[in-house]
Design a protein around this ligand. Structure first.
Ligand SMILES: Nc1ncnc2c1ncn2[C@@H]1O[C@H](COP(=O)(O)OP(=O)(O)OP(=O)(O)O)[C@@H](O)[C@H]1O
Ligand SMILES: [Mg+2]
Length: 471
């Protein structure tokens, strides 16, 4: 619910931000438009007023006679504008309409004016008239002035109409913008709110059904990512619980043995040979425990990513040869044949100790699941830029349906059997991590009752031309 309020707040924030931005832009544009239109209109009016005055002045400059003066006054009496023509001392000669006091004040006001003519009153908001003056010169001699007046009421009317229209349009656009922004912000934030609700469902264990994973856009991608994360999380949770349960079980069994046999060995009625046998079991179980703890420690390091590999340039054939010679006595003891096949020498850039650990685990597995008289064979060969190391046995094999689980931690096909040889079920999961840390792969194939092949594929190093090993 808190989250929902948070998302809702986001929609309000988003909406307000949109609204303020758009209104700001609209206001700026409207103000520009309003003043642009108005000043254009006023400029048109003032230009035409001056042009009209100048044109009368031009006619009068040629014919400064009573007839012409009357004619000009007559023409203007029919127009919106008013003309007043004075002599050089500003004494009125003719006028088209009645002259008001304000007009007289304008005519008699102190000013300097150019020969071309100019505006002498343009304060259309406060004054009843706008006015221009065009001096009449004949042979460089000032003869009089043509004053033109325009009633500013019409301009004020235009301005009022424009203001009214802009207010209506402004108000309408504010309402429309607010409605658009409201729906837009809802449209944007609604999927987020639904996503939030869906993740809350996931949190409460209701699953990922409410996520809209069918969407084709980025929100669909997000929903799919959340669904996949949630599945991973569920899987991890399940794995962790299972892993902890398995560890508890793995630890409890040897501890029960230890306690039980220690009690037996302690009894005064136990004879010496039995006591020795019990102590031997106690030793074996302690070794198993210590092996399990070491393996778990390796796993913990892998999980913390503090599991480092120190790569060195290694002749893999020599390395495997050494391992084979080391484990050969154990194979001979069980009567299992051990064989190495390779045609060339290969150099790999690997962590010698870690690779040793992997090969020993594979050989150890093969030995334990292969019967007397059967063969375990190690093959090293190249495949393009890779070197393939295979460990093949003629052992009991792994059931097909279990094959993909052998890399899981603590997994053993037959718990009771592998327990007998002290297996913890961690060896292959560590082997996989080690090989993958080297950028390689490890795969298993097996036929039940026939045998198992473990195939490691590693990138070849340089200097593979040396052929100094006879295998
Ligand atoms: N060559 C093989 N033949 C038959 N089964 C095998 C072979 N290799 C592995 N397995 C099966 O896979 C399981 C996992 O092997 P892994 O090496 O991880 O564990 P382990 O050998 O039981 O214990 P650890 O190696 O940790 O001491 C084994 O318990 C066994 O059941
Ligand atoms: Mg093993």
């Amino acid at each position: 619910m808190k989250g929902l309020i948070f998302i809702d707040k986001i929609s309000v924030k988003l909406g307000t931000l949109f609204l303020i931005t758009i209104l700001l832009i609209e206001t700026i544009l409207f103000v520009f438009l309003y003043y642009g239109l108005l000043s254009n209109r006023i400029e048109d009016e003032t230009n035409s007023l001056l042009a009209r005055g100048n044109s009368h002045r031009d006619v009068l400059a040629k014919h400064f006679e009573d007839v012409t003066l009357d004619h000009v006054a007559l023409m203007e009496s029919e127009a919106e504008t008013i003309v007043v023509i004075t002599d050089e001392y500003n004494d009125i000669l003719v006028h088209s309409d009645s002259i008001s006091d304000v007009m007289m004040q304008t005519i008699n006001s102190d000013r300097t004016h150019t020969e071309k003519g100019q505006l002498i009153e343009n304060r259309w908001r406060n004054k009843p008239y706008m006015a221009s003056v065009s001096p009449i010169y004949i042979d460089d001699q000032l003869k009089g002035y043509v004053y033109m007046f325009l009633d500013t009421k019409s301009i004020r009317n235009v301005s009022d109409r424009l203001t009214f229209q802009f207010l209506i349009i402004g108000g309408l656009s504010i309402i429309l913008t607010a409605i658009t922004v409201f729906f837009l912000s809802k449209f944007i934030t609604n999927p987020l709110i639904r996503m939030k609700k869906a993740t809350e469902h996931i949190n409460t264990g209701l699953g990922t059904e409410s996520l809209d994973v069918q969407r084709k856009d980025e929100l669909g991608d997000l929903a799919r990512s959340i669904a996949s994360l949630s599945n991973d999380l569920q899987h991890l949770k399940k794995e962790r619980t299972e892993f902890l349960a398995s560890i508890a079980h793995e630890l409890r069994t040897p501890l029960t043995y230890l306690k039980g046999y220690a009690d037996f060995a302690n009894r005064s009625t136990t004879d010496e040979s039995k006591r020795k046998q019990y102590l031997k079991i106690i030793k074996e179980e302690s070794e198993r425990l210590s092996k399990l703890v070491t393996a778990l420690f390796d796993l913990a390091k892998i999980d913390q990513h503090s599991f480092s590999i120190q790569k060195k340039h290694v002749n893999i054939v020599i390395l495997i040869n050494e391992i084979i010679e080391k484990v050969r006595p154990t194979f001979e003891e069980k009567g299992v044949k051990l064989d190495l096949e390779c045609k060339d020498t290969f150099y790999l850039s690997v962590d010698e100790e870690r690779i040793k650990q992997v090969i020993i685990n594979l050989l150890d597995n093969s030995l334990h699941y292969t019967d007397r008289g059967k063969l375990v064979q190690v093959k090293i060969k190249e495949d393009g830029h890779d070197v393939i190391i295979s460990v093949m046995d003629e052992g009991e094999g792994i059931p097909a349906e279990q094959l993909r689980y052998i890399w899981d931690r603590l997994f053993r096909v037959d718990k009771s059997r592998s327990r007998k040889h002290g297996g913890t079920g961690i060896g292959l999961s560590i082997a996989k991590e080690i090989i993958e840390k080297h950028g390689g792969t490890i795969e298993a194939s097996s036929v039940l009752g026939k045998g198992t092949i473990m195939k490691i594929r590693l990138k070849k190093g340089e200097d593979n031309c040396e052929k100094d090993i006879d295998c």
